[in-house]
Ligand binder design. Structure first.
Ligand code: SF4
Ligand code: SF4
Length: 335
């Protein structure tokens, strides 16, 4: 393991910024965002940034292609390839969430090229958590404040700086670029890195599974639907939600095809061109959100589509969140 003094971290980011766009945690109006870094103070003392790593690898809106021409003569250009980027300061739960999405888009016969190109142009440097919010439940989902999944480099923060561990080849390259800024970690520093990690809500919620046969018509969904406001906050903030829609923006004879996040909680999410809506009732939409994460995704990938980041816990205006639902569903299964 290596060690980098806190005072040298900006030097490292500056060095990485010569060849890549660097993102780092920056405080904006009292909240910490992973933001393009241009030398600002690097925020500390936050639990999780407002935006997860997903937002920088799978952006809210991105160009798929550009087109130009008339009715018979159309020129189509692919979107420009993404620039290399290095992201410092995301949390291990969000890196695991990004890896979960990467399995959807990059495994199997159909690879999403837009996602693949940006993921492969991205190096992820996560920082292990030294504190947990009451809403965190990564351990209950089989992760931990220092999970390695999805990270290229893992930083363990301490009083004087960070222990640094490369986890992938891309991570090794970062350490090579950091030559002269890193020292060998002392035994004492390594011991301290393994201690003091917080213990967010434990338990084994990641074993809760709901089969559609058992759960589809349960009155519980009606109960949840009466509370849900269909605002979409939960899915937009979630590091593992990935639904999108395509739309064209045109000006004269030129235009761009864009891909933007969509939300299964919106009334028109499954509204077809012919006027049929496959999920017109709120109960169906709420049910879909939880069945997707707890039934359909596990059936396809062998794991729940939740990493316990706590964003839906903190931000749902009616406290309708995954931690509560997982606990309730445990009860439903035992009933
Ligand atoms: S954040 Fe809460 S109220 Fe808004 S859509 Fe999600 S569950 Fe419903
Ligand atoms: S469902 Fe909620 S707790 Fe789970 S990953 Fe999404 S936002 Fe985080």
């Amino acid at each position: 393991m290596k060690f980098i003094a806190a005072a040298k971290l900006p030097l490292l980011l500056e060095r990485l910024g010569r060849h890549s766009q660097v993102y780092a945690p920056v405080a904006v109006d009292g909240r910490v965002w992973l933001s393009p870094w241009t030398g600002e103070d690097i925020a500390g003392g936050y639990v999780n940034p407002v935006n997860s790593l997903k937002t920088l690898v799978y952006p809210q809106t991105e160009a798929v292609l550009e087109f130009e021409g008339g009715e018979t003569d159309v020129t189509v250009r692919e979107a420009s390839p993404p620039a290399p980027q290095v992201i410092f300061g995301g949390r291990p739960c969000d890196a695991a969430g990004l890896d979960l999405i990467a399995r959807v888009f990059m495994e199997g016969p159909f690879v999403d090229e837009l996602f693949r190109r940006r993921r492969e142009a991205t190096t992820i440097m996560t920082v292990a958590c030294r504190q947990a919010a009451p809403s965190c439940f990564c351990r209950a989902m089989g992760l931990s404040p220092a999970s390695e999944r999805g990270s290229d480099v893992l930083f363990f923060p301490g009083p004087e700086g960070y222990l640094v561990e490369a986890l992938t080849e891309a991570g090794e390259q970062i350490l090579e670029q950091a030559a002269g800024l890193l020292d060998d970690a002392t035994g004492d520093q390594a011991r301290r890195a393994c201690q003091e990690l917080p213990v967010p809500l434990a338990g084994d919620l990641n074993t809760v599974r709901l089969t559609p046969e058992e759960g589809f018509e349960h009155p519980y969904w009606e109960h949840l639907a009466r509370r849900c406001r269909s605002c979409g906050t939960c899915t937009y903030l979630c590091p593992t939600c990935y639904c999108t829609a395509l739309f064209d923006v045109t000006r004269g004879t030129r235009g761009r095809r864009l891909r933007g996040w969509d939300c299964c909680q919106f009334k028109d999410f499954l509204l077809m061109a012919g006027g049929h809506n496959a999920r017109p009732q709120k109960k169906q939409r709420v049910r879909n959100r939880f069945l997707h994460k707890l039934s359909y995704h596990p059936a396809n990938y062998g794991e729940q589509a939740c990493v316990g980041c706590g964003r839906c816990v903190d931000n749902c205006p009616v406290c309708l969140h995954m931690a509560g639902v997982l606990k309730d569903l445990g009860e439903v299964e035992r009933a």
